[in-house]
Design a protein. Structure first.
Length: 273
């Protein structure tokens, strides 16, 4: 009998995280637990925890063509660009430092997956007739007249996984380069980081990626309300609960939030696991 040949997974077993410091003693106590959950639940994955100096060194050594853009961004935007580039280069999973792993990655990332992307926001029911009011130079839609100004489906950039060189990440980086010179951001809306470098531009790319394959983001979300995942052209899309509390718990306490929110977080986070 011939021995079955085991092929390596498309997504390398690497985990990337970043924070302003790598020293556990300088982190909030709950964050130390959350960061530790990733190697604890995934002992066969390599964890790469990077601080600001590591991220800058990576840009200088690996993507010098994007260094000027990186240096022009604020700290939150730099973290956005870095996460796309580091996974584009190495492949693997990126996850924010304020997430905890609740289910081993091998339980929900299949060897044949080229990417795994989750749903951040689902506003289909709240804005059933949403239409774009305008488009960025990079192509992304928006409607500034509504409370929710961005696409009615948002994809998560706090946790995602890709094989090296995936075109979704390459296109996201290209659109960020366009956004940093767009007067929409440089003059009119300089604080809209989410759309400029964050999940907004990531979502814009996925909208177009889906459309090119005969799908739409709203239809995809309707499917994911009934099942846990849908695979399209090698990309596994997981339902909203997956990256909010089932496989990954996201506490959503980024450093970009108002200090009042951070203070409340510090008081409450001692009770979070």
């Amino acid at each position: 009998m011939e021995r079955a040949i085991s092929t390596p997974p498309h997504i390398p077993r690497r985990i990337f995280q970043t924070w302003k410091t790598k020293h556990p003693a300088e982190m909030e106590r709950p964050m130390r637990r959350w960061v530790a959950s990733w190697p604890q639940r995934n002992p066969d994955w390599q964890v790469n925890f990077c601080d600001d100096a590591d991220c800058l060194a990576f840009l200088r050594e690996t993507f010098p063509e994007h260094l000027d853009t990186y240096l022009s961004l604020n700290p939150v935007e730099r973290a956005d660009l870095w996460r796309y580039l580091v996974v584009l280069h190495y492949g693997g999973l990126y996850t924010d430092a304020d997430t905890t792993c609740r289910t081993p990655l091998s339980d929900w990332i299949a060897p044949g997956d080229e990417a795994v992307i989750g749903i951040d926001g689902d506003y289909l029911d709240r804005f059933p007739n949403w239409q774009p009011e305008g488009h960025l130079r990079s192509g992304g839609a928006y409607n500034l007249s509504l409370w929710w100004k961005d696409n009615i489906v948002a994809f998560s950039n706090w946790t995602f996984a890709f094989r090296p060189g995936h075109p979704i990440l390459a296109e996201t980086v290209a659109r960020i380069e366009t956004n940093v010179a767009d007067p929409f951001f440089t003059h009119d809306h300089p604080d809209w980081t989410i759309k400029k470098t964050g999940p907004g531009v990531f979502t814009d790319v996925i909208y177009d990626w889906l459309q090119a394959r005969g799908h739409t983001a709203p239809d995809l979300v309707r499917q994911l309300r009934k099942k846990r995942s849908v695979v399209i052209d090698g990309v596994r899309f997981v339902d909203r609960p997956a990256l909010h509390h089932r496989e990954v718990m996201h506490f959503g306490m980024g450093s970009w939030k108002p200090m009042s929110v951070i203070v409340v977080w510090r008081r409450l986070s001692r009770h979070w696991r």
